[in-house]
Design a protein around this ligand. Structure first.
Ligand code: NAD
Length: 362
């Protein structure tokens, strides 16, 4: 069983599915690895480092293909029947490619569908890449604002610290809180899941609470869509909170659904000029009504940033974490040096998008 890592072809994708150290781990486990020349260059991993790790360099067909982005149509056309492809994507976002993969009898896994269970934690790319996004969102906000983050006492006067509000305190939100705190900001955060309060406070931030009488959390620990009435109250509550903030980072998501709108256009107009919003949910519809995917919007002096694929902007460490996740997943598929797909296993069943000519997840 040979594993191949192609150079990512999507625009603005700088990550690579395997790093040299993880390649060495796979080679040691008896899995031969082939890396396309230049595959790691954008993430600062040289071909020579992969060769030293025991990989071959080339572009020949392999039994398994490890990727970050879903394959492009031209890539799918080159796969032989029975090839196994592992990548990170929502099947609904690339329906045509999924149909093509099934037609070519390729077995495809998406790590975006991984169950968030303890057994799968080491494979959890959603968490590792959200960590990168949460961190980078704060750096983007710090670069865009006209203020210092920390309080400064200088001969030229005392400058107050920036006030940062984080909406949605899951993996990305908690990392944003930690990063903003390290830069010296005064941070507060809000989430509909009550369990989050303690985590927010343990990072030195204030939890701003709104009374929510309905059950806002699923058994799996995710947020649920709020009732219309509670959502209306939430919008009014947040409109008050954002008035005080210099920076707002939004990360709220509901798995499989459009992201909830948390900041209305009116709420933006109520904010101080010079404030910055970074909307991490822009890819799934946005938490701020005025956010635009991949664009910066200026409304009433408020900058609204809608960055796409933030994880790719920190490619070295994002790839390092991704490579550990995907290699753990791969080794989970292998028994005695050969692929063994046990569809009774939740991890394999839930992530399998195409197999044996069928589309299993849409
Ligand atoms: P996510 O990306 O789906 O959502 C981000 C955050 O937005 C969540 O905290 C959610 O509660 C919040 N949110 C949703 N709707 C909202 C609204 N209307 N207003 C305010 N906030 C709203 O979530 P995630 O970061 O991927 O993970 C969520 C939780 O799952 C985390 O707390 C994490 O602990 C847990 N998790 C568990 C495992 C595991 O192995 N058991 C692994 C990863 C994550």
């Amino acid at each position: 069983m040979k594993v191949g890592v192609p150079k990512e072809t999507a625009v603005n994708e700088r990550r690579v599915a395997l790093t040299p150290d993880v390649t060495a781990r796979l080679v040691k486990a008896g899995v031969p690895v082939q890396i396309e020349p230049g595959a790691g260059t954008a993430a600062s991993f040289a071909d020579e480092a992969y060769r030293a790790a025991g990989a071959t360099l080339g572009t020949g067909a392999t039994d398994v293909v490890l990727k970050v982005q879903p394959p492009a149509a031209e890539e799918v056309a080159r796969y032989a029947e029975g090839t196994v492809v592992v990548a990170l994507f929502q099947p609904s976002a690339v329906r045509e490619v999924v149909t093509q993969l099934a037609a070519r009898k390729v077995t495809t896994f998406s790590l975006a569908l991984l169950p968030r269970i303890t057994r799968a934690q080491a494979m959890d790319v959603l968490s590792s890449q959200a960590t990168v996004a949460g961190y980078k969102a704060v750096l983007m906000a710090a670069a865009a604002t006209g203020r210092f983050f920390p309080m400064l006492v200088t001969a030229a006067g005392t400058l107050p610290p920036a006030r940062v509000l984080v909406l949605g305190a899951g993996v990305a939100g908690l990392q944003a809180i930690a990063t903003a705190r390290r830069l010296g900001a005064v941070v507060s955060a809000f989430d509909v899941r009550p369990a989050v309060k303690e985590q927010v406070e343990s990072l030195g931030a204030k939890f701003v609470a709104m009374e929510i009488t309905e059950q806002a959390e699923t058994k799996g620990g995710y947020a649920k869509e709020l009732s219309e009435d509670t959502h209306r109250r939430e919008l009014a509550f947040i409109a008050q909170q954002v008035k005080e903030a210099d920076i707002v980072i939004t990360t709220a998501a509901i798995p499989g659904k459009k992201a909830p709108v948390l900041i209305s256009a009116d709420a933006v107009r109520g904010m101080k000029p010079g404030s910055v919003i970074v909307d991490l949910a822009v890819e799934t519809g946005g938490n701020c009504e005025l956010a635009q995917p991949g664009r910066d919007v200026l409304e009433n002096g408020v900058a609204i940033l809608g960055p796409l694929n933030l994880a790719s902007t920190l490619p070295f460490h994002a790839s390092q974490m991704y490579a550990r996740n995907i290699s753990t997943f791969l080794l989970h598929l292998v028994k005695d040096g050969a692929l063994a797909l046990d569809f009774n296993d939740e991890i394999i069943r839930d992530t399998c998008v195409t197999h044996g000519g069928e589309v299993r997840k849409t």
